[in-house]
Ligand binder design. Structure first.
Ligand code: ZN
Length: 253
């Protein structure tokens, strides 16, 4: 068990709860869409920023900071900014790919938006087998910040102490808030809003790959059935809705 200074980043996809409906096809497709969107973000994260775990419709990343906190904070902010167009591109691709499907998940991909939360501080790092477990007040705090008084669905939220290190976000507008959780002291946060909805990265060479969704589901069918699923964190969705038999039912039905 070690005490480390780390930057903590959560990316959270909003619109997910409204997105879930009763029908199993929608759930299957919603899970696939969310997974692919989270992967599009995680895939471009670079050292020292690493994925800790998927948490439903969110991903928790962290970076152990060396002595130069300011330089690291600027790098992490730069990486976080790049998540947004990558997310938007994958969302646009998925909309094209799933244009054959009229389910609630596939027709509402455009409504999904990305939020990012960044904080830094001391954390307890425990290694359990190959997994790094992060704990401590700062880990609790960044998770608490997911529930806040900011009325928007696309932004970068930083604790004041992180934004003091990282500096301003060019062209984003900034608003400061105070959030209060239980009996703890209020938390000062700076929230940065993009000037307009963030456009996707260039798409002109993109051709819709209709089989993508289908192939992705076949692959996941095998991982659900025979291997360790990458998406063990989708525990809030009942297994019969995303498990082996749901996939079979969708394919034959
Ligand atoms: Zn669908």
């Amino acid at each position: 068990m070690q005490l480390k200074h780390a930057a903590l980043v959560i990316v959270d996809i909003s619109g997910y709860t409204q997105f879930l409906r009763q029908r199993s096809v929608t759930l299957l497709h919603a899970e696939e869409i969310i997974t692919q969107l989270l992967e599009s973000v995680i895939d471009i994260a670079e050292y020292p920023l690493v994925l800790n775990k998927l948490e439903g419709d969110a991903a928790f990343l962290y970076a152990i900071l060396d002595d130069n906190h300011e330089k690291a904070a600027k790098d992490i902010l730069k990486q976080t900014l790049a998540f947004f167009p990558a997310f938007r591109r994958t969302a646009t691709e998925l909309s094209h790919d799933t244009s054959y499907c009229s389910c609630n998940a596939c027709t509402q991909i455009d409504r999904l938006k990305l939020k990012a939360f960044i904080h830094h501080g001391e954390v307890v790092l425990k290694k359990i087998r190959q997994f790094e477990e992060l704990a401590g007040e700062n880990v609790i705090l960044i998770h608490r910040l997911l529930k806040n008084s900011v009325d928007a669905d696309e932004y970068i939220l930083m604790t004041k102490s992180f934004s003091a290190l990282a500096g301003e976000v060019p062209s984003f507008s900034k608003k400061s808030y105070r959030e209060k959780y239980d009996n703890a002291d209020p938390v000062q946060i700076d929230v940065f809003f993009p000037p307009a909805p963030i456009p996707p990265l260039e798409l002109h060479t993109y051709k819709a790959k209709k089989p993508r969704m289908f192939m992705a589901q076949i692959k996941r069918l095998f991982s659900h059935a025979f291997g360790k699923s990458k998406n063990q964190n989708f525990k809030h969705i009942e297994n019969e809705k995303i498990g082996f038999f749901a996939y079979i039912k969708e394919m034959v039905g």
